[in-house]
Write a protein that binds this ligand. Structure first.
Ligand code: FES
Length: 142
């Protein structure tokens, strides 16, 4: 039986140091919780989607995390709870948070980097890697 972290690990995962991003109790359903990972120059969000999803962790398998800068030109994106997407105000790319950050419309040429998350016995949420290139980086290295 795989652990939650193993089950959540995307195929092309790039590992970063494990950073605590918050606690399960910090999250409200369908509201973005602001974080940064793997460093302060890389804003992101944690989301509690209310249903088990790809890459989801926690008691309900519904907690996911994504980079919040659009992979196209780096605009900061907004979460839209109505359809659980992250939306870019720059040129309107959209990414499906229930489908691993899959791009559903727009100019970006890659899906949204999703965090590999782990939840410990205290409910603390750790990120341990990402599955796509972060905006503005030439490679996924620190
Ligand atoms: S910066 Fe997001 S679509 Fe261009």
């Amino acid at each position: 039986m795989p652990t939650q972290a193993q089950a959540a690990a995307p195929a092309a995962l790039v590992k970063y140091p494990s950073n605590r991003l918050g606690n399960v109790s910090d999250l409200k359903p369908d509201a973005a919780f602001d974080v940064a990972y793997p460093d302060q120059d890389a804003p992101g969000v944690l989301l509690k989607l209310g249903k088990r999803v790809e890459g989801g962790v926690g008691p309900d398998g519904d907690i996911v995390g994504f980079a919040a800068l659009c992979p196209h030109k780096g605009f900061y994106m907004n979460y839209r709870p109505e359809d659980r997407t992250l939306n870019c105000p720059g040129h309107f790319s959209r990414f499906d948070c229930e489908k691993g950050g899959q791009q559903v419309w727009g100019h970006a040429t890659q899906n949204l980097p999703q965090y590999a998350l782990r939840v410990d016995e205290k409910g603390d949420i750790y990120a341990e890697g990402v599955d796509e290139l972060l905006y503005g980086r030439l490679s996924n290295t620190l």
